[in-house]
Write a protein that binds this ligand. Sequence first.
Ligand SMILES: C[S@@+](CC[C@H](N)C(=O)[O-])C[C@H]1O[C@@H](n2cnc3c(N)ncnc32)[C@H](O)[C@@H]1O
Length: 243
Amino acid sequence: MQHVECEKWVSTLNDRGYMTLSIDPFTQKFLDYCESHSGVHVFEGGAAYGIATHLALKRGAIVTANDGDPRHLDLLYEHTPQEFRSALKLSPGMLPHDLDFPKDSFDVIYSSRMMHFLTGEEVEICMSKFFNWLKEGGKIFLVVESPYLGACYSAFILTYEERKKQGHPWPGLIEDTTSYKSMRYNNIPRLLNFFDTDIMRRISKNCGLIVEECAYINRTDFPLEVRHDGRESVGLVATKPYA
Ligand SMILES: C[S@@+](CC[C@H](N)C(=O)[O-])C[C@H]1O[C@@H](n2cnc3c(N)ncnc32)[C@H](O)[C@@H]1O
Protein backbone atom coordinates (compact mmCIF):
# COMPACT_ATOMS: atom_id res chain seq x y z
CA MET A 1 0.00 0.00 0.00
CA GLN A 2 1.02 3.61 -0.54
CA HIS A 3 2.30 5.99 2.11
CA VAL A 4 0.24 6.24 5.30
CA GLU A 5 -0.34 9.86 6.37
CA CYS A 6 -1.51 9.01 9.84
CA GLU A 7 -1.82 5.68 11.55
CA LYS A 8 -5.51 5.40 10.60
CA TRP A 9 -5.56 6.88 7.07
CA VAL A 10 -4.14 5.21 3.95
CA SER A 11 -3.83 7.22 0.70
CA THR A 12 -5.81 6.16 -2.33
CA LEU A 13 -3.82 5.81 -5.57
CA ASN A 14 -6.18 8.05 -7.57
CA ASP A 15 -6.46 11.28 -5.53
CA ARG A 16 -9.73 10.19 -3.98
CA GLY A 17 -8.79 10.81 -0.37
CA TYR A 18 -7.86 8.20 2.19
CA MET A 19 -9.21 4.86 3.33
CA THR A 20 -9.79 4.97 7.05
CA LEU A 21 -8.78 2.00 9.17
CA SER A 22 -11.22 2.92 11.93
CA ILE A 23 -14.86 1.82 12.11
CA ASP A 24 -17.51 4.54 12.48
CA PRO A 25 -20.89 3.80 14.13
CA PHE A 26 -22.77 3.39 10.80
CA THR A 27 -20.16 1.01 9.41
CA GLN A 28 -20.45 -0.88 12.71
CA LYS A 29 -24.23 -1.14 12.14
CA PHE A 30 -23.53 -2.53 8.67
CA LEU A 31 -21.10 -5.12 10.10
CA ASP A 32 -23.54 -6.07 12.89
CA TYR A 33 -26.23 -6.57 10.25
CA CYS A 34 -23.91 -8.88 8.25
CA GLU A 35 -23.19 -10.83 11.43
CA SER A 36 -26.86 -11.29 12.32
CA HIS A 37 -27.90 -12.14 8.72
CA SER A 38 -25.19 -14.61 7.74
CA GLY A 39 -24.85 -15.21 3.99
CA VAL A 40 -26.26 -11.84 2.88
CA HIS A 41 -25.08 -10.59 -0.50
CA VAL A 42 -23.48 -7.18 -0.10
CA PHE A 43 -22.45 -4.59 -2.69
CA GLU A 44 -19.76 -2.21 -1.46
CA GLY A 45 -19.23 0.97 -3.54
CA GLY A 46 -15.81 2.66 -3.28
CA ALA A 47 -14.23 -0.10 -1.20
CA ALA A 48 -10.62 1.09 -1.70
CA TYR A 49 -8.33 -1.54 -0.13
CA GLY A 50 -11.25 -3.30 1.54
CA ILE A 51 -11.30 -2.49 5.25
CA ALA A 52 -15.09 -3.00 5.40
CA THR A 53 -15.24 -5.73 2.74
CA HIS A 54 -12.76 -7.86 4.72
CA LEU A 55 -14.70 -7.42 7.97
CA ALA A 56 -18.02 -8.24 6.24
CA LEU A 57 -16.51 -11.39 4.70
CA LYS A 58 -15.36 -12.46 8.17
CA ARG A 59 -18.98 -12.05 9.37
CA GLY A 60 -20.25 -14.47 6.72
CA ALA A 61 -21.32 -12.04 3.97
CA ILE A 62 -20.84 -12.59 0.23
CA VAL A 63 -19.35 -9.35 -1.04
CA THR A 64 -19.22 -7.68 -4.45
CA ALA A 65 -16.55 -5.04 -3.93
CA ASN A 66 -16.45 -2.06 -6.27
CA ASP A 67 -13.89 0.66 -6.72
CA GLY A 68 -13.19 3.17 -9.46
CA ASP A 69 -9.50 2.25 -9.38
CA PRO A 70 -8.80 -1.42 -10.22
CA ARG A 71 -5.40 -1.18 -8.47
CA HIS A 72 -7.24 -0.78 -5.16
CA LEU A 73 -9.22 -3.93 -5.86
CA ASP A 74 -6.04 -5.88 -6.75
CA LEU A 75 -4.67 -4.99 -3.31
CA LEU A 76 -8.02 -5.75 -1.68
CA TYR A 77 -7.92 -9.24 -3.24
CA GLU A 78 -4.26 -9.79 -2.27
CA HIS A 79 -5.11 -8.98 1.35
CA THR A 80 -8.19 -11.24 1.43
CA PRO A 81 -7.45 -14.44 3.36
CA GLN A 82 -7.68 -17.51 1.10
CA GLU A 83 -10.68 -18.92 3.02
CA PHE A 84 -12.87 -15.89 2.10
CA ARG A 85 -11.88 -15.46 -1.56
CA SER A 86 -14.71 -17.63 -2.91
CA ALA A 87 -17.23 -15.25 -1.26
CA LEU A 88 -15.66 -12.20 -2.90
CA LYS A 89 -16.39 -10.75 -6.33
CA LEU A 90 -14.56 -7.72 -7.70
CA SER A 91 -16.44 -5.12 -9.69
CA PRO A 92 -14.16 -2.33 -10.93
CA GLY A 93 -15.68 0.80 -12.47
CA MET A 94 -16.76 4.33 -11.76
CA LEU A 95 -20.19 4.73 -10.21
CA PRO A 96 -22.78 5.43 -11.32
CA HIS A 97 -22.23 4.99 -15.08
CA ASP A 98 -19.83 2.03 -15.42
CA LEU A 99 -21.85 -0.48 -13.42
CA ASP A 100 -25.14 -2.28 -13.81
CA PHE A 101 -26.69 -5.26 -12.06
CA PRO A 102 -30.10 -6.87 -12.45
CA LYS A 103 -32.91 -5.58 -10.24
CA ASP A 104 -32.97 -7.16 -6.73
CA SER A 105 -29.32 -8.36 -6.87
CA PHE A 106 -28.26 -7.49 -3.30
CA ASP A 107 -29.54 -7.81 0.27
CA VAL A 108 -27.33 -4.96 1.45
CA ILE A 109 -25.65 -1.95 -0.14
CA TYR A 110 -22.84 -0.25 1.75
CA SER A 111 -20.73 2.68 0.66
CA SER A 112 -18.46 4.74 2.85
CA ARG A 113 -16.89 8.09 1.96
CA MET A 114 -17.30 7.72 -1.81
CA MET A 115 -20.45 9.62 -2.77
CA HIS A 116 -19.06 13.11 -2.07
CA PHE A 117 -16.84 12.61 -5.15
CA LEU A 118 -19.94 12.65 -7.40
CA THR A 119 -21.85 15.59 -8.87
CA GLY A 120 -25.46 16.09 -7.74
CA GLU A 121 -26.76 14.48 -10.92
CA GLU A 122 -24.42 11.48 -10.48
CA VAL A 123 -25.52 11.11 -6.84
CA GLU A 124 -29.16 10.91 -7.95
CA ILE A 125 -28.38 8.32 -10.66
CA CYS A 126 -26.27 6.35 -8.17
CA MET A 127 -29.04 6.32 -5.56
CA SER A 128 -31.64 5.14 -8.05
CA LYS A 129 -29.27 2.37 -9.23
CA PHE A 130 -28.64 1.34 -5.59
CA PHE A 131 -32.42 1.26 -5.00
CA ASN A 132 -32.95 -0.87 -8.09
CA TRP A 133 -30.12 -3.32 -7.22
CA LEU A 134 -31.40 -3.75 -3.68
CA LYS A 135 -33.94 -6.50 -2.88
CA GLU A 136 -37.24 -5.50 -1.25
CA GLY A 137 -36.67 -5.40 2.51
CA GLY A 138 -32.95 -4.88 1.87
CA LYS A 139 -30.82 -2.34 3.74
CA ILE A 140 -28.57 0.45 2.63
CA PHE A 141 -25.82 1.85 4.83
CA LEU A 142 -24.04 5.03 3.67
CA VAL A 143 -21.35 7.26 5.08
CA VAL A 144 -20.51 10.54 3.30
CA GLU A 145 -18.38 13.54 4.30
CA SER A 146 -19.99 16.84 5.31
CA PRO A 147 -18.79 20.46 4.89
CA TYR A 148 -17.83 20.41 8.59
CA LEU A 149 -14.61 18.59 7.81
CA GLY A 150 -12.00 20.53 9.65
CA ALA A 151 -9.59 23.38 9.22
CA CYS A 152 -8.97 23.29 5.49
CA TYR A 153 -12.67 23.62 4.63
CA SER A 154 -13.59 26.08 7.38
CA ALA A 155 -13.60 28.97 4.85
CA PHE A 156 -16.17 27.04 2.83
CA ILE A 157 -18.60 26.63 5.74
CA LEU A 158 -19.90 30.22 5.32
CA THR A 159 -20.54 29.65 1.61
CA TYR A 160 -22.28 26.36 2.37
CA GLU A 161 -24.47 27.90 5.09
CA GLU A 162 -25.40 30.88 2.88
CA ARG A 163 -26.32 28.60 -0.03
CA LYS A 164 -28.34 26.45 2.33
CA LYS A 165 -30.35 29.46 3.50
CA GLN A 166 -31.08 30.24 -0.15
CA GLY A 167 -32.36 26.72 -0.80
CA HIS A 168 -29.51 25.56 -3.07
CA PRO A 169 -30.07 21.83 -3.79
CA TRP A 170 -26.35 21.00 -3.44
CA PRO A 171 -24.99 23.60 -0.99
CA GLY A 172 -21.90 21.49 -0.25
CA LEU A 173 -20.59 21.48 -3.83
CA ILE A 174 -16.98 22.68 -4.30
CA GLU A 175 -16.20 22.74 -8.01
CA ASP A 176 -12.55 23.71 -7.51
CA THR A 177 -10.90 22.49 -4.33
CA THR A 178 -7.53 24.18 -5.07
CA SER A 179 -7.89 26.93 -2.50
CA TYR A 180 -9.19 24.62 0.22
CA LYS A 181 -6.45 22.00 0.12
CA SER A 182 -4.92 21.00 3.42
CA MET A 183 -1.11 21.03 3.49
CA ARG A 184 -1.08 17.49 4.76
CA TYR A 185 -4.27 15.79 3.54
CA ASN A 186 -4.25 17.02 -0.05
CA ASN A 187 -4.84 13.76 -1.90
CA ILE A 188 -8.21 14.95 -3.22
CA PRO A 189 -9.76 15.67 -6.63
CA ARG A 190 -10.92 19.04 -8.00
CA LEU A 191 -14.62 18.46 -7.24
CA LEU A 192 -16.12 17.60 -3.87
CA ASN A 193 -19.82 17.53 -3.08
CA PHE A 194 -20.31 17.44 0.68
CA PHE A 195 -23.58 16.17 2.14
CA ASP A 196 -25.61 17.28 5.13
CA THR A 197 -28.37 15.28 6.81
CA ASP A 198 -31.09 17.14 4.83
CA ILE A 199 -29.47 16.17 1.52
CA MET A 200 -29.04 12.58 2.65
CA ARG A 201 -32.70 12.33 3.72
CA ARG A 202 -33.95 14.02 0.54
CA ILE A 203 -32.07 11.81 -1.93
CA SER A 204 -33.01 8.67 0.02
CA LYS A 205 -36.71 9.52 0.10
CA ASN A 206 -36.69 10.64 -3.56
CA CYS A 207 -35.54 7.22 -4.72
CA GLY A 208 -38.12 5.43 -2.55
CA LEU A 209 -36.08 4.36 0.49
CA ILE A 210 -37.50 4.44 4.02
CA VAL A 211 -35.00 6.28 6.23
CA GLU A 212 -34.40 4.53 9.56
CA GLU A 213 -31.57 6.66 10.80
CA CYS A 214 -29.71 9.66 9.42
CA ALA A 215 -27.25 11.60 11.58
CA TYR A 216 -23.92 13.38 11.72
CA ILE A 217 -20.94 11.31 12.83
CA ASN A 218 -18.46 12.76 15.28
CA ARG A 219 -15.15 11.69 13.74
CA THR A 220 -13.02 11.46 16.85
CA ASP A 221 -11.14 8.84 14.85
CA PHE A 222 -10.04 11.36 12.15
CA PRO A 223 -6.75 13.29 12.30
CA LEU A 224 -7.18 16.56 14.27
CA GLU A 225 -6.67 18.70 11.16
CA VAL A 226 -9.81 17.27 9.54
CA ARG A 227 -12.06 17.50 12.59
CA HIS A 228 -14.38 20.40 13.30
CA ASP A 229 -17.37 20.22 15.63
CA GLY A 230 -18.55 16.62 15.64
CA ARG A 231 -20.44 16.82 12.33
CA GLU A 232 -17.64 15.66 10.03
CA SER A 233 -19.50 12.81 8.30
CA VAL A 234 -23.14 11.92 7.66
CA GLY A 235 -24.46 8.38 8.12
CA LEU A 236 -27.60 6.70 6.82
CA VAL A 237 -29.44 3.44 7.43
CA ALA A 238 -32.45 2.96 5.14
CA THR A 239 -34.66 0.14 3.88
CA LYS A 240 -36.22 -0.65 0.52
CA PRO A 241 -39.90 -1.20 1.23
CA TYR A 242 -41.88 -4.18 -0.03
CA ALA A 243 -43.99 -3.28 -3.07
C1 LIG B 1 -12.00 8.24 0.54
S1 LIG B 1 -11.86 6.60 -0.13
C2 LIG B 1 -12.91 5.75 1.01
C3 LIG B 1 -12.48 4.32 1.22
C4 LIG B 1 -13.28 3.56 2.27
N1 LIG B 1 -14.58 3.19 1.77
C5 LIG B 1 -13.41 4.33 3.56
O1 LIG B 1 -14.52 4.61 4.01
O2 LIG B 1 -12.37 4.66 4.13
C6 LIG B 1 -12.88 6.69 -1.56
C7 LIG B 1 -12.80 5.47 -2.47
O3 LIG B 1 -13.88 5.54 -3.40
C8 LIG B 1 -13.39 5.30 -4.71
N2 LIG B 1 -14.23 6.08 -5.63
C9 LIG B 1 -14.29 7.42 -5.76
N3 LIG B 1 -15.19 7.76 -6.67
C10 LIG B 1 -15.71 6.60 -7.14
C11 LIG B 1 -16.70 6.29 -8.09
N4 LIG B 1 -17.31 7.25 -8.78
N5 LIG B 1 -17.00 4.98 -8.30
C12 LIG B 1 -16.39 4.00 -7.61
N6 LIG B 1 -15.43 4.24 -6.69
C13 LIG B 1 -15.10 5.52 -6.46
C14 LIG B 1 -11.96 5.76 -4.71
O4 LIG B 1 -11.20 5.12 -5.72
C15 LIG B 1 -11.52 5.40 -3.29
O5 LIG B 1 -10.97 4.12 -3.23
